[in-house]
Design a protein around this ligand. Sequence first.
Ligand SMILES: C=C(O[C@@H]1C=C(C(=O)O)C=C[C@H]1O)C(=O)O
Length: 282
Amino acid sequence: MSVVIGEISYTNILPFFYHLDKQKLIEHNCRFVPQVPAQLNNEMSKGRIDIGGISSFAYAENATRYTLLPNLSVTSYGAVNSIFLFSKVPLHELNGKKVALTWSSASSVHLLKIVLEHFHSLQISYTTMNPNVKSMLHDHDACLLIGDDAIVARREYTTSLYHYDLGELWYEQTGLPMTFAVFAVRNETLRDHPSLVGLIYRSFLQSKLESESKNYQPMIADILKTHGGDKVFWDHYFQKLCNDFGQKEQEGLSYYFDLLYQMNYLSQPIKKLHIWDEVKSE
Ligand SMILES: C=C(O[C@@H]1C=C(C(=O)O)C=C[C@H]1O)C(=O)O
């Protein structure tokens, strides 16, 4: 049986994959599945993906079944630059209005609900849609996009629409970082393949460290070819994202989960983040 590794198909996850020795992991019977976060969340909850990056919200929904991998995340302290609410009217005028949500997200969708409903006391009607600004705004007042869809839309709509960076809105209210993606493993996979999980974990960590030590440069050179944009943007984007998962990041994530539980978006409170104690398990 192979171990299936989920790979978020957005550039923000690349520091963990760009310098990964995929061939070596394939030789160890691993398989890679690139998908957008909502698909990965769903596949992991059904047991069809074993390990990898998922929405932090999806971890909360499955906290008793998953274990978090230490030191790995996609987190922002303030502006994240790839998660935007695009709106025809200023945010505080959205009360009673309709907002379209990208179907690809789980963390940002719930972060938006915190921002609109909890921070600004707005009542909103939501629809989940394909991530396309034109069709989303055809019949809605605002729309949420994430990942590369949001990066591209921001290039196009900076002047014609209001746009709000969700990482920034969260930071302004809480002073805390926001973790959008965590790395998790299904508890059964960890039980059945502890040493392979160790190898995969160390490979992710090594790729992240190499990305950081090379200042993301080889990776950005490739992203420019595949995704366009300018180097200044991508340099700034990766410099600003935090890929650690230390105490402060965990504090921000726990607060996000607490609010979601209070708002009934989570059925169980998350009292503790279960993070793999790698050294003991090996
Ligand atoms: C930073 C981002 O974080 C992503 C957002 C996610 C979500 O909203 O569920 C999940 C994984 C992250 O890769 C982004 O997509 O721009």
